[in-house]
Design a protein around this ligand. Structure first.
Ligand code: GLY
Length: 349
């Protein structure tokens, strides 16, 4: 097991290691506390019984709120379901919510914990690589409101994060690759040694997660509420979000859209190589550059003709840039030309 401390106020630990779900009672203070496990129907099928058995063995009273699975259910109705379950189980100020699931569950459960009784403890137990690499760390919680992604929410750090890579065994290859996009993002914005690891013959998932989590932790510590440097974590996300929403979240998974977005935003040829090695797309050949430009124009970060953009000058060196609109257009043009070259090279191989 490796423990990474997140030095925010109050600090908390991220524990990473196989089999850690069973060791939850050693890692989290549970005496005289009730637990409300929040999960979704898919995750409940695979992992809820295991969590319940661990809590039974430790003599901890517990109950659960099982939500419908999927991004479409990330709304205030889901938060209400958690409140109803918390009310029914008499969950009070000193008790604990355990978020068992992917990013959607983590965001809903984290927000419910931040607001129930003016805030109770929350332990994140991510079950997808995407949530281990990204959303379970850093305290962003919330739900969508009408067409506003994460329109209602709070920065609220968890009490602890328990990352057990053995929970990833039930993921499909596509969902495993989806999470790897955020890991690769961390390598490009801040840690070239993580990229070396990802290019090595058979790296361990635990080692990958530790390096990836250290990158995110270091940035969150510097800027917990995204007033500055935390925006570096949005590398690839301006294009990624535009692409995801263009297809109404039906064509690409989040990580896949971010992978395509990173390649559009950074010309380094190492980036598509690493992404492809981990089964991720590097372009959307059906998306015309002109359409893409139009989508970005609608992005909320467009302020007075400039766009706040994350640039990676070389692996490990990233910065925030206010980019003029003409430069955004030129960047998309260059990326389209590079994609054409890659396709030509692949065809002549
Ligand atoms: N997913 C980016 C962040 O946590 O800030």
């Amino acid at each position: 097991m490796t423990t990474v401390r997140v030095g925010v106020d109050p600090p908390y630990d991220i524990h990473i290691g196989k089999g850690l779900l069973e060791r939850l009672p050693e890692l989290v203070r549970l005496e005289k506390r009730r637990v409300l496990a929040v999960t979704d129907r898919n995750v409940a099928r695979y992992h809820l019984a295991a969590l319940a058995a661990v809590l039974d063995k430790a003599g901890v009273p517990h109950s659960s709120a099982v939500l419908p699975a999927g991004e479409a259910g990330k709304d205030l109705a889901a938060v209400r379901k958690v409140y109803e379950a918390a009310h029914a189980a008499n969950i009070g100020r000193g008790d604990l919510i355990v978020a068992l699931g992917g990013g959607v569950v983590g965001d809903i459960a984290g927000f419910a914990a931040a607001t129930w009784c003016r805030g109770i403890g929350c332990v994140q137990v991510p079950t997808t690589l995407l949530s281990m690499a990204d959303s379970s760390v850093g305290g962003k919680t919330g739900v969508d409101f009408r067409d506003r992604k994460n329109g209602v929410g709070a920065f609220s750090q968890p009490e602890a994060v328990i990352m057990d890579p053995s929970l990833l065994d039930t993921l499909s290859p596509r969902h495993a690759a989806n999470g790897m996009a955020e890991v690769i993002k961390h390598g490009f914005i801040a840690d070239p040694a993580l990229l070396d690891l990802l290019e090595s013959p058979s790296p361990s998932m635990e080692e990958i997660l530790v390096r990836s989590v250290r990158v995110k932790t270091e940035i969150v510590q510097r800027d917990p509420t995204e007033k500055g440097d935390r925006a570096l974590l949005n590398f690839g996300h301006t294009f990624g979000h535009a692409i995801e929403s263009h297809y109404r979240y039906k064509k690409w998974l989040h990580g896949e859209a971010v992978a395509i977005g990173m390649v559009l935003a950074c010309p380094d040829p190492r980036l598509p190589r690493v992404l492809e090695r981990w089964g991720l797309p590097v372009e959307d050949p059906r998306l015309d550059p002109a359409v893409l430009i139009g989508l970005i124009g609608k992005d909320k970060k467009l302020i007075r003709g400039t766009l706040r953009f994350i640039r990676v000058d070389e692996p490990g060196k990233s910065r925030i840039e206010e980019m003029a609109w003409a430069e955004v257009e030129a960047m998309v043009g260059r990326a389209a030309a590079a994609a054409q070259e890659r396709r030509k090279a692949a065809a002549t191989k």
